[in-house]
Every structure is written in C-alpha cells, then in structure tokens.
Ligand binder design. Structure first.
Ligand code: PLP
Length: 424
C-alpha cells in the first residue's frame, strides 16, 4: 500500500502535516486535478481546499498552463533580472499601492520571516506582537502559541525553537482591541512590529471587527512600530487589493503568496519604499535566494492576476461561497445541528456550535469531532472540504452554479448520515 511506502520515507508518511488527514484510515492520494475537481484514490472530489487557497481560477487553468509552457520553452531559470518579473511587480504595485517596492521569494514562510527581520532591522528594535490563532508559516520567529492571559510570551509551538528567539514575541488574543492596546502600551518603544492576518484563515475563518484592524494601525503608528499584514491567503483573494483594500487600512509591510503564484511556489514581502530600501543590496537587511522570482512562478502568477483583473472569476468564486454558506446553514438546520457558517469573498468555514465565531476561542469551542465525521462523510459523497475546522474552505472561478448545487446535494446526504451516526 502506498501509505506504507510513504511512511518508510517521510515522517508520518507525508510532506506537510495537514496532508496526514489523521481522522481517515489513510491520507488521500492525489492523481490529478482539473477545474473544481481533485482526482484521488477515492474517486473524483469537488475540491474546497484548493491547495489551501493557492488556486483561485480552478485547477490546471489553461491560461496559466499556457504561460508556464511558454516560459519553459525559453528555459526556466536564469538567476538574472527579467523583464517579466518587473512587469509582474508593477502589476502588483498597481493593485496594492502600499507595496511601493517588493522582494519576490519562494514561499509565504520566507516572506513573513524576511518581513519580520526587515522590521527589526529598520526600527532597530527586537520585540514583535503576533496573534493567537494566526499562522505565518513555519519559521522560528512565529512558531509561538498563546497561553492563558491577555498577552503571553515565548511558548513555542514546536520543539527546536530557541527560547531566546521567541521570548521576543508577545502573543495577544485576536480581535481583542483592549488586550492589544494594553500590550502595546506595556512594550512601548521596544516594539518593532505587529504581524497579523487581517482576516484569519488558518484557525478556521475569523473575520475581525474593523475597529480591531484600525487599532492595529493607530497603535503601531503611535509607538513607531511597523504594521505587517500577512496577506498570504487574502492577497488577491479578497479582491485585487486584498484585505487591506477591504478594510481601507494601509500597512507598512505586506506579505503575499499562494494566489499570486498561481499554484507555483512564491512569496513576496513588500511595502514602504523607505523600509524596503533597507533590503540588500541597497541596505543592510539580508535576503537572497537562488530561486527568488522564479520565472515559472512569475509567469503563472502574472497570468492569474490578468485573469482576475477581468472581474468575472471573483464574481463566480464569491457567489459560490455565498451560496454554499447559506445552503450549508439550511441543510445543517434541517438535520438538527447547530452550525454557524462564516464567509467572506471566496472563503467560508462551518462550525458545529451555537452563536457567532469572532475569536479563536470561539473556534476552539466548536465540536471538532462532528466536523471531522462530516469531512469523512463528505468525501464518501464526492466533496473534499477543508480537512479540519481549523482550516478554511476556498472556492474558485471553476465552482460554477452546477458544481455548487451538486455539492449541496452531497452535503445533504452527508449531514443526514451524520445525524444517524450520532443518534440525533
Ligand atoms: N501566512 C499565512 C497567512 C498562511 O496561510 C501561510 C500558509 O498557509 C503562510 C504564511 C506560509 O506560507 P507557505 O506555506 O507558502 O510557506
């Protein structure tokens, strides 16, 4: 069996933990993908994971494929400046004006790591704030979790993270203005940066209050710290100008990834020109990479942005998410479950709980076991939902009305079976 072989060569049999799908007998094995579908060892599934948000036009989109093939014909790496990467960056800057200059790297993890280093280099301060339940990739500065209390310091989420590194990271409850303001006042002039997911998509989907986002901007400005929006998920997904456009707040630095690489590896950190000019070779903050601005990722990303500029892909993807959110609430209600669905643009998540979901604590209070049972039943009926209540579902421009209605019919069956399994 493939999983046995995989376990012989990879820790836990996978190359990233979220692929383990521990609630299933074995991880899903992918064989192909096209439009809204994943082809797997368990048959064709309508995909709502969409590579954790990297795909927005649909899998194997012909325009993206074409751009990549054309690039391949010209060779695929030069490690020199190209005209394409300049055109690509100009396009991004036009849509996200807070990004006056940028550096193109290879993953969201690299982007946030470099943004934090840059903020520390620019401010000549060491302390950063991050938020409970926000995920910024897998590097030492941000692998810090929340303890109990308004703000906590230095509890690693991973073995191997030096205490000396993360004792410089305060973790504050997300979407809690009072806790945030109090913490900034305590840290004061030692604060280099605040890094935040302006819409949190790695702890389920949590849409913060506008006043929380405004407070981030006001308080960082007051103490001379930089505000970093981690828009690896939300950039070019919540519209062309991302979550910062949605909230009308201008951060000092932004990180991008996922959508802007069209499914190929990419990360970007960018922002105020005076801050970005601190990056090597124009300044003393070091970043370098053999694969930086990889021509294939740039070609794919540019094709995606050009498609998104037409508007139609957003319309289809957003309508799909809206319809699913409403439909799932109805289906769950009919089956007798208390379910809350949160949705914004082409993202949604459902929680087995009463009341609203506005904080990571609300997500923790949802019934995870029911979610995982539903996830397994949905696969049986041909739908691949986000693999945990702590992830987010994504729609794409390939999730047409027919696909959505087929999904809802499948979920109706899944909820009915769930009801009989748990004896409702
Ligand atoms: N930041 C956010 C908000 C993310 O969702 C992720 C990945 O899920 C990252 C950073 C890390 O990006 P990557 O997986 O490309 O390293």
């Amino acid at each position: 069996m493939l999983f046995e072989r995989a376990r012989g060569v990879f820790p836990g049999g996978v190359n990233s933990p979220a692929r383990a799908l521990k609630h299933l007998a074995a991880p899903l094995v992918a064989k192909g993908a096209s439009g809204p579908y994943l082809y797997t060892d368990r048959g064709r599934l309508v995909d709502y994971c969409m590579a954790f948000g990297a795909i927005i036009l649909g899998h194997a989109h012909p325009r993206v494929k074409n751009a990549v093939v054309q690039q391949l014909e010209r060779g695929w790496i030069y490690a020199l400046l190209t005209e394409e990467e300049v055109a690509y960056a100009e396009r991004i800057k036009a849509h996200v004006p807070s990004i006056e200059k940028m550096r193109i790297v290879n993953s969201g993890t690299e982007a946030t790591m470099n943004a934090v280093r840059l903020a520390r280099g620019y401010t000549r301060r060491d302390v950063i704030i991050k938020f409970d339940g926000n995920f910024h990739g897998s590097h030492d500065y941000v692998l810090v979790k929340a303890g109990s209390g308004a703000a906590t310091w230095g509890i690693p989420t991973s073995a191997g993270v030096p205490q000396d590194v993360i004792k410089l990271t305060a973790v504050v409850p997300y979407n809690d203005v009072d806790a945030f303001v109090k913490t900034v006042r305590e840290i004061g002039g030692r604060l280099a940066a605040v890094i935040v997911e302006p819409i949190a998509a790695n702890y389920g989907l949590i849409i913060p209050d506008r006043e929380f986002i405004k407070a981030l901007r006001e308080e960082t400005e007051r103490v001379g710290a930089l505000l970093i929006f981690d828009e690896v998920v939300t950039g070019f997904r919540v519209g062309l100008s991302g979550a910062q456009g949605h909230f009308g707040v201008r951060p000092d630095l932004t990180t991008l990834g996922k959508v802007v690489g069209g499914g190929f590896p990419i990360g970007i950190f960018g922002g105020r020109a005076d801050v970005m000019d601190m990056v090597a070779p124009s300044g003393p903050v070091y970043n370098a990479g053999t694969y930086n601005a990889h021509p294939v990722s740039v070609a794919a990303g540019l094709a995606v942005i050009e498609e998104l500029e037409k508007g139609e892909p957003y319309k289809i993807a957003n309508e799909a998410a809206e319809r699913l959110a409403k439909g799932i609430e109805d289906i769950a209600g009919r089956a007798g479950f208390d379910v809350v669905v949160k949705q914004i643009a082409s993202m949604f998540q459902l929680y087995f709980k009463r009341g609203d979901v506005k904080t990571p604590q609300d997500v923790r209070e949802s019934d995870e076991k029911l979610y995982l049972k539903l996830h397994e039943l949905a696969i049986k009926h041909g739908v691949y939902l986000a693999p945990s209540q702590y992830e987010t579902n994504f729609t794409s421009a390939a999730h047409t009305r027919d696909v959505v209605e087929t999904t809802l019919a499948a979920l109706e069956k899944a909820f009915t079976e769930l009801k009989s399994q748990v004896g409702k």
